[in-house]
Design a protein around this ligand. Structure first.
Ligand code: FES
Length: 64
């Protein structure tokens, strides 16, 4: 599923990036070589970053 349609960022890509890069959605997008455009995805992206980092902290893997 695409989280960011403007940049074609999938949730799986964002979850992986959340574990590899610190910072907010804008920062993680930049690490992926992307720049937010319309901004409609940023709230959901931020929630995914938090969720994925909490999973990582608990040693859980992301769902397939
Ligand atoms: S959907 Fe992500 S910037 Fe537009």
């Amino acid at each position: 599923m695409f989280i960011c349609v403007c940049n074609a960022i999938r949730d799986t890509e964002l979850r992986q990036a959340a574990r590899q890069h610190p910072g907010d959605a804008d920062t993680v997008y930049a690490c992926l070589g992307k720049t937010p455009q319309c901004g409609q995805c940023l709230d959901e992206a931020a929630e995914i970053l938090i969720e994925e980092r909490e999973r990582a902290a608990c040693g859980q893997l992301a769902p397939a």
